[in-house]
Design a protein around this ligand. Structure first.
Ligand code: ADP
Ligand code: MG
Length: 245
């Protein structure tokens, strides 16, 4: 692990009615670490990400962020959510706001930054994701790959301690996947703590410190990418890899 534990899940269980969707999950993500979560559809990957951000409540176990339990509600919860940015498969940009306004919004509303300061920072971040020239456009005028890069800039605008990505390239046309993965690779190199649910095995191999294989609500393997891809230990992971590689 690179440095102290930033995200720590201990004995986490969650149910959707009868469905035991997270089963005794233990997962530690160190500061600066990139953890890729892979596994079959319905295995609980999205629910795990959402639990880290408390978009889903858990039934038992603990989740801590930099050693502190996740807040239950109110301002403390909003603050925590701002500290852990989330990037979804669907970009969820505000259609009636410009790209710049999308990136500025939360820093002004939640962080109480001045508009000038937020705009300056937003332009910096748009430049970083290769979209400086698109600042005054509306989301619908951008390609899917560009919209997803705006969503990443928007998450970064909150100066998060960690970023969660839930299949960030799954809704994109193939030719747009790389431009998004390149931005993510760059963030990884810069030391951003990242949890990434993805089927992009090239990204997992090159950017991940660890690969977590999840199936049926359980973490089945949690290993380095080299170990996982060259010699998966479980039948479940071997079967999964043989289908996607
Ligand atoms: P993955 O992201 O690995 O595909 P999910 O975390 O989305 O898996 O879902 C895990 C299981 O939980 C699936 O069987 C799914 O149908 C179920 N599930 C997800 N969200 C809900 C919900 N809000 N209510 C009931 N069941 C859900
Ligand atoms: Mg999912």
């Amino acid at each position: 692990m690179a440095g102290e534990a930033l995200i720590e899940m201990r004995g986490v269980n969650k149910y959707f009615g009868q469905l035991h969707v997270l089963q005794d999950i233990n997962l530690t993500v160190g500061r600066g670490e990139v953890v890729v979560i892979i596994g079959p559809s319905g295995g609980g990957k999205s629910t795990l990400c959402r639990a880290i951000n408390r978009l889903e409540a858990i039934e038992s176990g603990s989740i801590t962020l930099a050693g502190k339990p996740l807040p239950e509600e109110g301002r403390a919860l909003a603050q925590m959510r701002a500290d852990v940015g989330m990037v979804f498969q669907t970009f969820n940009l505000f259609a009636h706001k410009t790209v710049l306004a999308n990136v500025m919004l939360a820093p002004v509303k939640v962080r109480k930054k001045s508009k000038d300061e937020a705009a300056r920072r937003a332009r910096e971040l748009l430049d970083r994701v290769g979209l400086a020239s698109q600042a005054d456009k509306y989301p619908a005028q951008l390609s899917g790959g560009q919209q997803q890069r705006v969503a990443i800039a928007r998450a970064l605008a909150m100066d998060p301690q960690a970023l969660l990505f839930d299949e960030p390239t799954s809704a994109l046309d193939p030719e747009m996947i790389n431009e998004v993965l390149e931005v993510m690779q760059q963030l990884a190199r810069e030391g951003m703590t990242m949890v990434v649910v993805t089927h992009e095995m090239g990204f997992a191999r090159s950017a991940a410190n660890r690969v977590v294989f999840m199936a049926d609500g359980r973490i089945v393997e949690d290993r380095t990418p080299e170990a996982f891809f060259t010699a998966p230990e479980s039948d479940r992971a071997r079967g999964f890899l043989s289908k996607i590689l």
